[in-house]
Design a protein around this ligand. Structure first.
Ligand code: 6PG
Length: 629
């Protein structure tokens, strides 16, 4: 059922809510309600005795007003004057109204309000209680704020002007920008959207896009930056959906002359987390807030609900959270797949590692395909096999791979016609750099990235294939063993990706909640899977998933198949870099006495780099003259 907007006029007692609410309701031809009329007799008595209401007194009252608001929202909407001083009160008031609850905050200093209240008669709250109101006031992050120093008519003018403006701006109507705009509009937000004008290349993109979709009828479309910025309520909230890299900086520079202090820019592209930190500091110097957020889910996810990973200041995040939460995918408990990740570039870092995990998961499926093909299966048969894996290893990437393998073009499968050179846009590269910089061994991500690079040597591969006779023996393995190897490698991949985030979180003091992070990866994003759902619980107990008893049992039972499959594939000369690396990495990680003693001795031999001794617990460093003169 269609719901309409309910405009709450809020602020401390005496700020003029009733006057403004009535005037606004007349202007907008909407019914007006004064929340004070819904107080219980007991509450009124308490207030007239000069006693402030406590939260219990308020709870029932707020719920009654919320019910009234929902009823009115289902009719034509209304205006309600209500102090709504705390975030919690506003939460109760807007329950089930979601984005249809709109807030107008009448702001003023104690003196402004005191003077105004002193002039009023027959009000049941004595002015002396005003102080207690200011003490509990939590200034709303998402309200049209108007100073009461303006006259009532001016206030109405400002509210109307702001109310007619858009709540949120979307800059850049590429594939993701378009889908996110539709998603925001579908969630009832008033949106302004912008796409640049390039003569002969991109003209009237925003207007044409608006005309293509009914849900965009209420949006404002621009190809002029100034008009776009001016169409937004202040403080403005603008999401940038542009190509990551230099373009993001150019766009920021283009926007800056038109922005005002306190506006927020949200970078939703796959930006490098280090650049996000730099941009954040740069914009802070201009009094503009900045959030760098990962958005995962591709075109469909962006439209129906992506997974969103915002990083930046918590306060700024809170101000945009209602928008992000509304458009995000929902997890199995109907909670938004969006959570505050942490400060600085943490949101983009987490998205970057998400993509790294994605690279390795994709490569593992590609390796499964290579092996199953080598075992004599055609694409349809491989799809059938993967279909049977869904019962115990369901994931988005597995599902799309099944669809891909079934796709035919004429008599042949489309996969057989696709050039075997894998592209990339940089996030796997950055993850590999980050893993090296932080001293963490996310080797499956690196292997998956390098496999893409090797794939690009197509001509050299063809040439060398002729020079080196390849083994043609078929691996002596079963499909069940391939499945177990796949599962084993996925555990290692997730261990490594999560470890990288955990170490970055420690190094940069981001305090990332890993379980929450896994939770927002259970839906909307590319690496969503049933395994990710298991990890949500496991990560509540430990940062190291390999120490969880269920994972220990699973890994132990999968390992023999993994050993066999990589050995057989080595004999058959099949390139399965991620599967092999998962076994080798795991063997290294579970070896108590490693070969690093030799490395240390070598380092000391040629460079006097010193070494520590197992028989000296003090940790002292030793040097040896290795050659006896
Ligand atoms: C997502 C994807 C998305 C995009 C990557 C792919 O989470 O929705 O990861 O961000 O598909 O940019 O990156 P490559 O082009 O590097 O494979």
């Amino acid at each position: 059922m269609k719901m309409n907007n309910v405009i709450f006029i809020m602020g401390v007692s005496g700020c003029g809510k009733t006057t403004i609410g009535k005037l606004l309701s007349e202007e907008l031809s909407l019914p007006f309600f004064d929340a004070d009329d819904f107080h219980s007799v007991a509450n009124i008595k308490k207030m007239s005795e000069g006693k402030p209401l406590n939260d219990t007194d308020r709870e029932g009252w707020l719920k009654i007003i919320n019910k009234l608001a929902i009823d009115q929202s289902l009719k034509k909407g209304c205006v309600i004057a209500c102090s709504a001083l705390k975030e919690h009160y506003r939460f109760i008031l807007s329950t089930k109204l979601e984005t249809n609850a709109k807030w107008v905050y009448l702001s003023g200093s104690f003196e402004d309000v005191y003077n105004q209240i002193s002039e009023r008669k027959n009000h049941f709250m004595p002015s002396e209680l005003l102080q207690s109101q200011f003490e509990i006031l939590e200034v709303p992050a998402n309200a049209i704020e108007v100073s009461i120093t303006n006259s009532p008519l001016e206030i109405i003018k400002i509210i109307k002007k702001q109310y007619m403006k858009s709540e949120f701006g979307l800059f850049g109507l590429g594939v993701m920008g378009k889908s996110l705009t539709r998603n925001l509009a579908n969630n009832g937000f008033k949106i302004s959207m912008f796409n640049r004008h390039v003569a002969g290349v991109s003209e009237n993109v925003a207007v044409n896009f608006k005309n293509e979709h009914d849900e965009l009828s209420n949006t404002l479309a621009f190809d002029n930056i100034e008009a776009f910025v001016n169409s937004l309520q202040t403080p403005r909230k603008i999401m940038l959906m542009v190509n990551a890299g230099k373009v993001t900086d150019y766009v920021i520079e283009d926007l800056l002359p038109y922005l005002s202090e306190g506006d927020t820019l949200i970078d939703g592209g796959n930006s490098n987390y280090k650049k996000t930190k730099e941009r954040s500091a740069y914009l802070k110097s201009k009094n503009i807030y900045f959030i760098g957020t990962g958005v995962s889910g591709g075109e469909e996810g962006a439209l129906k609900g992506p997974s969103i990973m915002p990083g930046g200041s918590k306060e700024t995040y809170e101000s945009i959270a209602p928008f992000l939460n509304a458009i995000a995918a929902k997890d199995k408990n109907n909670l938004p797949c969006c959570t505050y990740i942490g400060p600085d570039g943490s949101g983009h870092f987490v998205k970057m590692v998400h993509n790294g995990i994605e690279y390795a998961e994709m490569q593992l499926l590609a390796e499964v395909y290579v092996i199953l093909k080598e075992l004599g299966n055609i694409p349809d048969e491989i799809a059938d096999i993967l279909e049977s894996w869904k019962a115990s290893a369901s994931s988005y990437l597995l599902e799309i791979t099944i669809d891909i393998l079934r796709k035919k073009e004429g008599d042949d499968w489309l996969v057989n016609k696709i050039m075997d050179k894998a592209g990339n846009k940089g996030t796997g590269n950055w993850t590999t750099i980050a893993t090296a910089e932080l001293g963490v061994s996310s080797s499956l991500i690196a292997s998956a990235l390098f496999a893409r690079y090797t794939s690009f040597y197509k001509e050299e591969r063809v040439q060398l294939n002729k020079l080196y006779d390849k083994q043609t023996q078929t691996p002596k393995i079963t499909v069940a063993e391939v499945f177990e190897t796949y599962q084993f490698a996925r555990i290692v991949n997730h261990y490594q990706g999560i470890k990288l985030i955990a170490e970055a979180s420690k190094a940069f003091e981001w305090h990332i909640n890993l379980s929450e992070m896994a939770r927002i990866w259970t839906n909307g994003c590319i690496i969503r899977s049933t395994f990710m759902e298991e990890l949500v619980e496991i990560l509540k107990e430990t940062d190291n998933i390999l120490t969880n008893s269920v994972i220990v049992d699973q890994t132990k039972s999968l390992k023999p198949s993994a050993n066999k499959v990589i050995a057989q594939c080595a004999l058959a000369e099949l390139p399965i870099v991620c599967m092999s690396e998962s076994v080798n990495f795991f063997n290294g990680l579970t070896t108590a006495d490693s070969s690093a003693n030799i490395i240390q001795a070598q380092r000391d031999y040629f460079g006097s780099h010193t070494y520590q001794r197992l028989d000296d617990e003090s940790g002292a460093f030793y040097h040896t003259e290795w050659i006896n003169e």
